[in-house]
Design a protein. Structure first.
Length: 335
């Protein structure tokens, strides 16, 4: 009898797994009546995910009847792959990840764009260099992560300015900022709202001013973090998708509102043990400027033209072999 009970439990677990993977449905928690959802972030938890962690910390999902497991990302955690496997229902991915996946046949849909401005920029010492045009980079040491978004964006910036790569000196970089701090590299790729704040503070302590090369200032709009799901979720559970996105974006609005700054700092600090409260505050404020550039800008708005430009950049650089018509994968929900 005990053996039969174990078999029944095993069978039930397998049936549930089959339902999630092949039927696309989201299981509910029988005790609470809430629907269980896995939400995989693109990177670790820091100020760049202020709204995501705020939603989990302060009950925005629960109020919508959702039990959401917000899972940190990283280099070995691919949100799109987890969507395809059925182990996550929503995730965060950059536009290049989405476009590459669509080219390979993935049934991915974009339901919100979190960043209006791409935080991937280049930091430099403003006392030694002023970048008002790409010509100002001629002969300079420019840091690039080979194979990363910054390589793609820098090539697009050079092409738009009619410059050859030989006109700058490209230096391969990693996570160690030492070459920049020692002035061995003139401009260094950073996420302006996190790493940029940290390095800016380091330079300020040494009495130096900083500047940033923002690609959008030079006409290159390469879309960053966006919320994605799979087509079957849109078709079979549209109400759940809308509940999730509505709750998530409401949390982002609250997280970036100045009156909730201390609550945002507290939620982030639980996970980001390496940053001080002062640094997190600066990072949240920098994030606000990129997610909500004006008071009336709706958080989550999908910039269709920027997505189209991102696809064109990838085509021009042979990062994809054929057009994917990415605008057909954009689903702007009511904001």
């Amino acid at each position: 009898m005990r053996h039969l009970s174990r078999c029944f439990v095993t069978y039930s677990a397998l049936l549930l797994l089959f339902t999630v993977l092949f039927c696309g449905t989201v299981p509910s928690d029988a005790a609470t009546g809430q629907e269980n959802i896995n939400y995989r972030l693109k990177w670790i938890i820091n100020a760049s995910v202020a709204g995501d962690i705020y939603a989990a910390e302060y009950g925005f999902f629960e109020k919508a009847g959702l039990n959401v497991n917000v899972k940190p990302g990283g280099p070995e955690r691919d949100a799109i792959r987890e969507l395809e496997l059925g182990t996550a229902q929503f995730g965060v991915a950059s536009a290049d990840q989405v476009i590459r996946a669509v080219e390979k046949g993935a049934s991915i849909v974009v339901v919100a764009q979190l960043f209006h401005t791409n935080p991937l920029q280049w930091i430099y010492r403003a006392d030694e260099l002023r970048v008002s045009s790409m010509d100002d980079l001629k002969g300079r040491q420019v840091g690039v992560t080979y194979g990363g978004n910054d390589e793609t964006i820098m090539k697009a910036l050079l092409a738009k300015a009619g410059m050859n790569e030989s006109e700058i000196s490209i230096t391969s970089v990693r996570y160690d900022y030492t070459p920049f701090l020692r002035k061995q590299v003139d401009i260094w790729p950073v996420y302006q709202n996190t790493q940029g704040v940290y390095l800016g503070n380091k330079l300020a302590d040494a009495g130096e001013r900083t500047g940033f090369v923002n690609p959008s200032d030079f006409g290159v709009r390469f879309v960053a973090n966006s919320v994605v799901t799979y087509q079957k979720m849109i078709e079979e559970q549209p109400e759940l998708v809308e509940k999730f996105i509505t709750a998530l974006l409401a949390a982002w609005v609250a997280a970036l509102h100045p009156e909730n700054l201390n609550k945002s700092i507290a939620a982030i600090a639980k996970h980001d043990k390496d940053s001080t409260a002062v640094t997190i505050q600066q990072q949240v404020e920098a994030t606000r400027a990129m997610v909500k550039p004006t008071d009336d800008y709706p958080i989550g708005k999908i910039d269709k033209e920027a997505w189209i430009q991102t696809e064109k950049i990838m085509l021009d650089q042979n990062l994809i072999k054929k057009a994917v018509n990415i605008e057909q994968r954009l689903r702007q929900l009511p904001l």
